[in-house]
Design a protein around this ligand. Structure first.
Ligand code: C5P
Length: 317
């Protein structure tokens, strides 16, 4: 009963968190204009740090704010179980690779083709759930997944007039690289999500401990990425250049997103997560269509925004 409530609660929080994140992101891009942009790679690092700190605080609360108990649980579960901790290097490494692949995809494809193709992850997730978790899906369930995938793809289908100019700029070779990158990202998204689900459901450790372990590796990989891509800029003006209130809101929402995804994977599953994020794509499209016409991004701002969204770990892409 309690876990069924948690299941639907986590799914609804994911729907609203993702919708709110997308809208804040659009709003921030329209407001920010040509001012200095924050580094996407730094946002990834800050979001990972926020996730770790929040999980530590949650465990602290679970242990009645006892510092000793917190210290001992962290040591017992993380430092003293290196094998268990290392298990999380796999999904964390794959997510890092995935975020970079999506970046490659977006540099070679127009944003709409990218988003439509990336919906294939709904199917790869189902396939991994069947093969790795032994889940059984009936004909109607497969059908509803296919309809979901087609529906979300249609919502994001480019209109001829909008899609054409960008497509002309992409050579065939680069389109091919882009499509391959998205297809590999679909597989990695399905695999990493289901692998994390397997770890959460088949071992005893709490979801917050697992998230700290995932975040620790994410932080290391994120720092490596930040210094590799933006090392010079970070040394010149620091990693917080271009941060403003909206940036902090976006980063906090991203961190919250990671936590909500973990809760959804624990109390529901990856397939339902696909339905929730799809619902939020439709919700944010409707909200921006009816209420945010002023903030409707142009094609150009839209694709550059999607590049930085995806690179900053946003789940719905
Ligand atoms: O596209 P997909 O649904 O695979 O994206 C999942 C995203 O959620 C990844 O960017 C990953 O970094 C993030 N995530 C997280 N914490 C988790 C699980 C996933 O931040 N516990």
């Amino acid at each position: 009963m309690v876990s069924s409530r948690l299941k639907y609660l986590s799914l609804w929080v994911l729907v609203f968190q993702t919708t709110f994140l997308v809208l804040t992101m659009r709003y921030s891009r329209t407001l920010q204009g040509d001012g200095p942009r924050y580094l996407a790679s730094s946002a990834v690092v800050v979001a990972e740090l926020m996730k770790i700190i929040t999980c530590v605080l949650l465990i602290f609360k679970e242990h009645s704010y006892n510092v000793r108990a917190l210290n001992s649980i962290l040591r017992q579960e993380i430092t003293h179980k290196p094998k268990e901790t290392l298990k999380l290097a796999i999904p964390s490494g794959i997510y890092t690779l995935q975020n970079n692949l999506l970046y490659v995809a977006l540099s070679n494809l127009d944003a709409a083709t990218y988003q439509v193709t990336y919906q294939l992850k709904i199917l790869t997730t189902a396939l991994f759930s069947v093969s790795m978790l032994g889940r059984r899906l009936g004909v109607y369930q497969w059908l509803s997944l296919l309809i979901l995938m087609a529906g979300v793809a249609l919502v994001q289908w480019p209109s001829e007039s909008l899609g054409a100019p960008e497509k002309e700029q992409m050579s065939e070779g680069s389109q091919f690289v882009g499509v391959v990158a998205v297809l590999v990202a679909c597989c990695s998204s399905g695999f990493a999500g289901v692998y994390f689900e397997k770890i959460l459901k088949e071992t005893k450790q709490s979801v917050w401990i697992r998230n700290i372990q995932l975040g620790m590796f994410g932080l290391v990989f994120g720092l490596m990425g930040m210094f590799a891509y933006d090392g010079e800029r970070v040394r010149e003006s620091g990693m917080f250049k271009g941060y403003n209130t909206i940036t902090w809101t976006v980063v906090a929402l991203q961190a919250l997103g990671g936590l909500v995804i973990a809760a959804v994977i624990k109390y529901a599953d990856n397939i339902l997560k696909g339905f929730a994020t799809s619902l939020s794509i439709i919700l944010s499209t409707l909200i921006s269509y009816f209420w945010l016409e002023d903030f409707e991004p142009t094609r150009y701002t839209h694709s550059s925004q999607v590049i930085s969204i995806s690179y900053s770990n946003v789940p719905w892409l």
